[in-house]
Design a protein around this ligand. Sequence first.
Ligand code: NHR
Ligand code: GAR
Length: 200
Amino acid sequence: MQKKNIVILISGQGSNMQAIVRAAQAQRWSQRHGAQVLGVVSNKAASAGLAWAREQGLATAVVEHAAYPTREAFDAELVRAIDALDPQTPPALVVLAGFMRILTPDFVDHYTGRLVNIHPSLLPAFAGLHTHRRAIEAGCKFAGATVHRVTAELDHGEFLDQAVVPVLPGDTPDTLAARVLTQEHLIYPRAIERLLAPAV
Ligand code: NHR
Ligand code: GAR
C-alpha cells in the first residue's frame, strides 16, 4: 500500500488537529489505510497546538505570514515547508484545522484534490469569519460545521460532511462555538477517514 502522508495546518489551539491525530491512532489508520499524520505546520510560532504536536513527536514547522511581503511569497514558503516534511512522498492530504490565512490560487492548484477544511458554520450560510456571532445575530435556531474541499473561492468547495447543533437562548459566540467544536471533533476525522479509504 502506498504511504499516505497527512499534513495538518493550524493557527491556534489545534483541538481539531488533536482529534484527527487521536482518531488516526485509535482507529489504526496506519494499518488500515497506510496513512499517517506526518506533521503540523503553523503560521504562528506561539500556537498552542504546535507545542502539543511536538510533544507527540510529530514533525513541525512554522511559517510566519507576517515575515513575508505578499500572500504569494508566504504561500510559496508554505508549500516548500509542507513538501519538505517528507521530500520523497508528496502529501496525500493537506488538512486545514483552524488555519486562519486565505490561500492563493497557486497554493490551491499545487494541492488540487488534496486540500480540505472545516468551517464553523452550516455552509453555504456564513462563509468567512465571525460565523457564530453572525448566526446568533441572524436569529438562527441551528448552527453547525461543514467539512469541505478547498478551492480558490473561500469556503465554496464540495461539502464532505456537516453537523448541526441548536442555538440556545442566551448563547454567546463563545458558548455556541464550544458546542459546534465538539461536533467538529467527530465529523472531521470521519470525513478524512472516508477520503483515505480506497473506493471499492
Ligand atoms: N483558502 C482558500 N483559497 N479557500 C478556502 O476555502 C479557505 C482558504 C483558507 C482558509 C479556512 C477559513 C474558514 O474556514 C480557509 C478556507 C481565514 C479567513 C480570513 O479571512 C477566512 C476563512 C478561513 C480562514 N483570514 C484573514 C486573511 O486575511 C486573516 C484573519 C486572521 O488572521 O485572523 O487571510 O473560515
Ligand atoms: C474551529 O472551530 C474551526 O472550525 C475554526 O476555528 C476553530 C479552530 O479550533 N476555523 C475557522 O474559523 C477558520 N476560519 P481548533 O484550533 O481548536 O481546531
